[in-house]
Design a protein around this ligand. Structure first.
Ligand SMILES: Cc1cc2nc3c(=O)[nH]c(=O)nc-3n(C[C@H](O)[C@H](O)[C@H](O)COP(=O)(O)O)c2cc1C
Length: 370
């Protein structure tokens, strides 16, 4: 009981800090500023004809957006989850819940997650658990309970080694996590998505994950919510000098989201790919998809809007973002998201250099129009 209260309390700390403080990393950024479209002046269709529907893991989405898995485990989280679920249902997009560890350790908290499926009976819902927890011995039955709690369409397993090191109560123990993941992917009926939480996935990590049977990857790159900043505020409050120092040191750690998409795509050209981490506008979404993502995840801004203004505020924001995406597609002459994946891109010097040094040809992205 003591430990489950700690998990719940920690989740509440994270939520409070994310709602009140500036926890976005403006330092390294997403590197989407290193990606430029080539304007196309002669589109042969109307703005109204732009089609942003997508099939992701066998489900049709009305827009290529997933509300990133963030919360659960306490009363405020239940309220936010309900607001976000209303949005997912209304807009025909996907939604993740936060780590369900709190409810495994204290089943009375299951309602804070289950409310998502009750509110969004038709949406694509993603359950969530940490790789560190599965490595430390969650049984297949417990994993099934996590999925059943929200009648999930997929299970996200988050790999967050940096965050486990940064947080005071972290458990940086991942020994055996890939073997356990292999057991899970071969037993479960729902697809497993491996995700980072803000430090990105490299091509080597992506290959290791694909080898154990994950069906999709969420790059969770840097440039958006920055856990080094979140934990820095917590360390300061609890006067932990060692953690405060570590958080400062690693404030710029991670693979920016734009880079991580290219890394993963270079080795896994077909795997369903979610781009999360600092996606804030329709232009960011267009760039993520043009680089190779299938859909994007958006976290922090939607969390804040849901808390302050409820589902209506989130819906207004997402409608604005969707309009931006459609306009950008119109201006590059892409009527569908499949066409968007083919348009020419100009990559900036930092991104080109990174890709070259990693054995990925940046010129492939300057492909000519079909
Ligand atoms: C308050 C908060 C809690 C989060 N909790 C989880 C979690 O429990 N499990 C997880 O996989 N990701 C978690 N995330 C990470 C998000 O899924 C996402 O990867 C991250 O916020 C980056 O996206 P953003 O820049 O749009 O916020 C959390 C994010 C926030 C803001």
């Amino acid at each position: 009981m003591g430990r489950s209260r700690t998990v719940s309390q920690r989740k509440f700390d994270h939520l409070s800090i994310c709602l009140r403080r500036n926890v976005e990393n403006k330092g390294t950024g997403t590197w989407f500023d290193e990606v430029q479209f080539v304007h196309y002046a002669v589109p042969n269709f109307d703005l109204n004809d732009v089609d942003i529907t997508v099939n992701f893991l066998g489900r049709d989405f009305k827009a290529p957006i997933i509300i990133a898995g963030m919360t659960g485990g306490h009363e405020t989280a239940a309220r936010i989850n309900a607001e976000l679920a209303r949005v997912a249902e209304e807009l025909g997009i996907g939604m993740g819940v936060g780590s369900q560890r709190a409810a495994i350790e204290n089943p009375r908290l299951a309602y804070t997650y289950a409310i998502v499926r009750e509110t969004a009976p038709n949406a694509f819902i993603i359950a969530n658990i940490g790789a560190a927890q599965i490595a430390r011995g969650y049984s297949i039955d417990e994993v099934k309970r996590i999925i059943n709690m929200v009648k999930a369409n997929a299970l996200a397993v988050h790999f967050n080694p940096a965050h486990e090191c940064l947080q005071l109560e972290g458990e940086p123990s991942f020994k055996g996590s890939l073997d356990k993941l292999r057991e899970i992917t071969s037993t479960l009926e729902v697809p497993v998505i491996a995700k980072e939480v803000g430090f990105g996935i490299s091509k080597e990590a992506a290959e290791a994950l694909a080898k154990v049977g994950v069906r999709a990857i969420d790059v969770g790159g840097s440039g958006g919510t920055n856990w080094a900043l979140v934990e820095y505020y917590r360390a300061k409050k609890s006067r932990s000098k060692i953690h405060e120092r570590l958080c400062k040191l690693l404030i710029d750690w991670g693979i920016p989201t734009a880079v991580s998409i290219c890394e993963v795509r270079s080795v896994l050209p077909k795997i369903p790919l979610i781009a999360t981490g600092g996606i804030r506008t329709g232009l960011d979404i267009a760039k993520a998809i043009a680089l190779g993502a299938d859909v994007v995840g958006i976290g922090l801004p939607l969390l804040r809007l849901a808390y302050k203004g409820g589902s209506n505020a989130v819906i207004s924001e997402l409608r604005a973002i969707i309009h931006e995406l459609k306009v950008v597609m119109f201006l590059v002459g892409a009527q569908t998201l499949y066409e968007l994946r083919e348009v020419p891109l100009i990559l900036g010097p930092r991104l080109s250099r990174w890709l070259k040094l990693r054995g990925i040809d940046p010129e492939e992205f300057s492909r000519s129009r079909a």
